[in-house]
Design a protein around this ligand. Structure first.
Ligand SMILES: *[C@@H]1O[C@H](CO)[C@@H](O)[C@H](O)[C@H]1NC(C)=O
Ligand SMILES: *[C@@H]1O[C@H](CO)[C@@H](O)[C@H](O)[C@H]1NC(C)=O
Length: 210
């Protein structure tokens, strides 16, 4: 039998899915003093695998999160404001795990119109571009799809793990090639997120990561 503080139990619960734990029961059963006793059977083989694969980082942990309100008035073609797609807006939520070179996304668009259109594999991106400027896409996300019959709200959510490919070739290589999400964390102001419509090719809505 071993004794752990509640904090370490919470961490173990995340890392060891094979151990069913109910923190409330444990606390209740022990007078709520923050200490519990239990037997653990930790699969060290699996831990070693995780450590190798993700460089010692915890896959179920974001090293940073970013929530961006994307608007049409932020869209530029080169450096000229275009006005984007009037009436549209977007909430782009990202969770980055720089140990795993992984980015999770939950993108909601309101009042998108036209068709998604871009030379890239999809029309929804993170570009390397400072505010008011244009730059290459580094990550292409699945385009948000209507979440019910009402196409005025669209969503796309999931996770992507590098190596990244955008489908856009510049200087003979894909603009996602070699990209690592830690570059976003190092300088979020150098990145923006957007989505492109056939009715607003330079961008429908856009927002800076910082
Ligand atoms: C995405 O974010 C919205 C709120 O903006 C939330 O309602 C929804 O549950 C989230 N989806 C996922 C898969 O996390
Ligand atoms: C951006 O502006 C240039 C110069 O006016 C124009 O030739 C080009 O078609 C525009 N690009 C888009 C995607 O609208």
């Amino acid at each position: 039998m071993v004794s752990y503080t509640l904090t370490s139990i919470a961490c173990l619960a995340l890392g060891a899915a094979a151990v069913p734990l109910n923190i409330a029961d444990l606390v209740g059963g022990n007078g709520g003093n923050g200490h519990v006793s239990l037997q653990l059977n930790i699969d060290l083989g699996q831990d070693a695998f995780a450590a190798n694969r993700f460089g010692g980082g915890d896959l179920f942990h974001f090293t940073s999160t970013h929530s961006i309100h994307a608007l049409p008035e932020n869209v530029v073609n080169d450096t000229t404001p275009t006005g984007g797609l009037a009436g549209a807006s977007g909430i782009f939520n990202f969770g980055i795990n720089s140990h795993a070179n992984m980015i999770c996304y939950n993108i909601t668009l309101h009042n998108f119109q036209g068709e998604f259109e871009s030379p890239a594999d999809t029309a929804t991106h993170i570009h390397e571009a400072a505010v008011g400027k244009s730059g290459p896409p580094r990550i292409a996300f699945p385009n948000p799809e209507p979440i019910n019959e009402d196409a005025s709200i669209r969503n796309s959510a999931g996770c992507l793990k590098g190596p990244f490919l955008t489908g856009v070739i510049m200087e003979e290589k894909d603009t996602g090639e070699g990209f690592h999400v830690s570059q976003i964390e190092a300088n979020p102001a150098a990145f923006m997120t957007d989505t492109h419509s056939s009715l607003a090719l330079p961008g429908a809505v856009r927002g800076q990561l910082a």
